[in-house]
Write a protein that binds this ligand. Structure first.
Ligand code: G6P
Length: 591
């Protein structure tokens, strides 16, 4: 949450450059924005509430070779101009942007206030420029002052700091992501995520936890925050293209990414077979396998409980990452933790990894963002290769995660080839399904139910986690009250919610639980619900039928797609921006 982006180098329009670049990080927060530009020995700060996408970067086109920018998702302090970043020191010579939370900020703030510092915001961040200001009384070197200030901060942070009289841009990270973009022609870009600077370079250097960098735009130094010791850093070429990170002809990233599933699932399936076998063996050998993820990724973990049970006859344990504490005492050296994350940066997931590692357990990550913290810190890592996912609502990452998990389950059963064939066939069925007529059919359904304020989704077996995922998708983008249930649980409570013509969606496959879920749908119909079946075949239980291909064990991948499309159209028809849902951010780097 929150995106930061800084630039120092030969380009003379640094202010405009960081504003344009940070628009690509708006998925990380869109409450407010701000920029600090260095002109001569002055730092000019401009900030406000509202979306960065609405800011005309032209107004920052004036000459400047160093700038930092921020897009905010509020944690400490409401959405006000004062709380927007950058924050500055009492003498306004230091400007800082920050992503994360300084946990001991109260204590630091009290201490600094006693020393005469004046605070203008309610944020935790504001202590940082003031701490740097204090440290500058002991040293003339700006980077050393930033380093000393960082050592006093507890919590998670990625910061960018600049000073009126120093030529250097200083960045530091502990817990929140920070990546350097390297361009011999242009200089150095430092951002929370790569799309900020992809237009200029695809050569990157990742900061690790506890590292800081100091650059004047011509060279860069990586050093330890703790010791100040300098060390070399590897340059990596990233494979994502600028086109993949853009909307193209689509109105929203969400729809673009739903349509990307025509190819992204096949990319996820085409894993190195040997690596999948190694992972499958690690699960077989582990004494206790635990899966954790958050939000949509958590639903993929939950679905995999069914995959491993049905396909591989193997028991695994799922918990949402934020609830993983329940399992901490079961973790041993022989345990395996599987973490699933699109961004590879989710704080609760990182916390689970930290605990598992401290107990000597091994960690397998299934991520989308290569080079992300989770990708780098896991013992084994598999990439789902979905390409950049920018919409807050996760779509193509989910189907990629499901595909990789199924592949592993098949490998454990000694049937990797069979699993691969099934998944590639499913990918091709999805490719055919995502045609304009099909999309229109679901748009029409959205039109017919767009005024409804409550909507329920039921499923059984792997369609149960997909019912939960369907509910999240609809809630987050359209703000309709949607809830997912296990079909069999309806009669134990939720059915009391059903009124005349309440839309109820049943996710159905062609398998051993079909009869049960159809019975549950009929129970709903008998209570007056408007039943909508997402199913390979029509049935009298359905008032409306959304046809999906029969994908056997891979039905979960197929059934979720019409719901993604429905959620999208419900949002649009209800006047919401599906790419920027209320109160949400894509990458949740705070606990
Ligand atoms: C946020 C996003 C969700 C996502 C979840 C986990 O809540 O809005 O779309 O599923 O984080 O993110 P991750 O990057 O770990 O998959």
């Amino acid at each position: 949450m929150c995106g930061i982006f800084g630039y120092v180098g030969k380009r003379t329009n640094a202010g405009q450059l960081v504003i344009d670049g940070i628009k690509n990080l708006e998925y990380r927060g869109y409450d407010s924005w701000g920029v600090a530009c260095k002109r001569g020995e002055n730092i000019l700060v401009e900030k406000n509430t509202g979306k960065i996408s609405g800011v005309d970067s032209q107004q920052f086109a004036e000459e400047c070779m160093q700038a930092i920018a921020h897009t905010r998702w509020a944690t400490h302090g409401g959405v006000t101009k004062e709380n927007a970043h950058p924050h500055v020191s009492t003498d306004s010579t230091i400007a800082v942007v920050h992503n994360g939370i300084i946990e001991n900020y109260q204590q630091l703030r009290d201490e600094l206030k006693k020393k005469g510092h004046t605070f203008l915001s309610e944020t935790d961040t504001e202590v940082i420029p003031h701490l740097i200001e204090e440290e500058l009384q002991n040293t003339e070197d700006f980077a050393s002052a930033v380093r000393s200030a960082c050592k006093r901060c507890e919590g998670r942070y990625a910061i960018l700091a600049m000073h009126t009289t120093s030529q250097t841009l200083v960045a530091a990270r502990t817990g929140s992501p920070l990546i350097v973009g390297v361009s011999p022609e242009d200089g150095y870009f430092i951002a929370s995520d790569i799309p900020a600077f992809m237009e200029y370079t695809r050569t990157v250097q990742y900061l690790d936890d506890g590292e800081m960098v100091v650059t004047d735009g011509q060279s860069i130094l990586f050093m330890s925050i703790e010791t100040g010791e300098e060390h070399p850093k590897r340059e990596i070429e990233i494979t994502w293209t600028i086109e993949e990170a853009q909307k193209g002809d689509f109105d929203h990233f969400m729809m673009k990414e739903i349509m990307d599933q025509k190819e992204s699932i096949a990319r996820a399936v085409n894993q190195d077979e040997e690596q999948i076998r190694v992972v499958a063996e690690a699960i077989s050998k582990a004494r206790g396998t635990f899966l954790v993820g958050c939000g949509t990724a958590g639903k993929a973990c939950m679905a995999s409980e069914y995959f491993f049970s049905v396909i591989a006859d193997h028991h695994v344990n799922f918990a949402p990452a934020s609830e993983f504490k329940l399992y901490h005492h079961f973790l041993k050296q022989e345990s395996l933790l599987i973490v699933i994350s699109q961004s590879g940066e989710t704080a609760d997931v990182l916390e689970a990894m930290k605990v598992a590692k401290s107990k000597g357990a091994k960690v397998l990550a299934i991520v989308n963002v290569e080079g992300s913290t989770i990708d780098r810190e896991a013992d084994y890592s598999l990439l789902i290769n979905a390409g950049p996912e920018r919409a807050v609502a996760s779509t193509k990452a989910l189907t990629g995660q499901l595909a990789v998990l199924m592949l592993i389950a098949y490998a454990m059963a000694g049937k990797l080839r069979e699993g691969k064939t099934l998944l590639l066939e499913t990918a091709s069925l999805i490719n055919d399904m995502l045609n304009p007529r099909y999309i229109r059919r679901i748009e029409d359904l959205a039109e017919s139910i767009k005024e409804k304020e409550d909507l329920y989704i039921i499923g059984k077996s792997w369609n149960y986690p997909m019912a939960l995922e369907s509910a999240i998708k609809i809630q987050e983008v359209s703000n309709v009250h949607a809830e997912g249930f296990a079909g069999g649980e309806l009669k134990h409570g939720p059915i009391a919610l059903v009124e005349d013509k309440t839309p109820c969606i049943a996710l159905v496959g062609n398998d051993e639980v079909t009869t049960d879920i159809l019975s549950n749908t009929i129970e709903l119909k008998a209570r007056g619900a408007q039943t909508i079946g997402v199913s390979p075949s029509n049935n009298e239980a359905f008032d409306e039928w959304i046809k999906v291909p029969d994908a056997g064990h891979a039905q979960a991948l197929v059934n979720i797609i019409p719901i993604q499309i429905l959620a999208y159209f419900l949002a649009v028809k209800r006047g919401k921006d599906p790419d920027m849902p209320r109160n949400l951010a894509k990458s949740v780097t705070v606990k």
